[in-house]
Design a protein around this ligand. Structure first.
Ligand SMILES: Cc1cc2nc3c(=O)[nH]c(=O)nc-3n(C[C@H](O)[C@H](O)[C@H](O)COP(=O)(O)O)c2cc1C
Length: 98
């Protein structure tokens, strides 16, 4: 990707420290991007920027909200088309109806 835009879902802080809404939003953004031929990556190492009050102010993040998932998007230079090899799933337990 070249010069990828940086998008960062923002979540209103409810109670506790959960981030489900923002993470769900991020996942949907990544899936939607993929369906449009756009690549994305979660840049976890940028998360600390979301702790910086100056960055929050510059980005216009409202009071009582926080940044959740730093995402970059862009058009891949090449698309391989093959799936990344996966380990076999670890199935903890099957639950059956009685
Ligand atoms: C919380 C989180 C943080 C990540 N941080 C980075 C990162 O800083 N740099 C990076 O290149 N990829 C980052 N990724 C992407 C992962 O390296 C990986 O590409 C992605 O989880 C898909 O992995 P998979 O293809 O094995 O399923 C992050 C992913 C997650 C879920």
């Amino acid at each position: 990707m070249s010069d990828p835009p940086f998008l960062w879902p923002v979540e209103h802080i409810h109670s506790g420290d959960d981030a489900q809404n923002g993470v769900l939003c991020a996942g949907n953004m990544m899936l939607t991007a993929h369906s449009l031929g756009i690549g994305s990556c979660w840049i976890g190492f940028a998360s600390s920027l979301g702790e910086d009050p100056g960055v929050l102010k510059d980005l216009g993040v409202p009071e009582g909200h926080r940044l959740i998932a730093p995402l970059i998007f862009g058009y891949p230079k090449k698309v391989d088309g093959t799936a990344t090899p996966r380990n076999d799933p670890v199935i903890l337990k099957w639950v059956k109806d009685q």
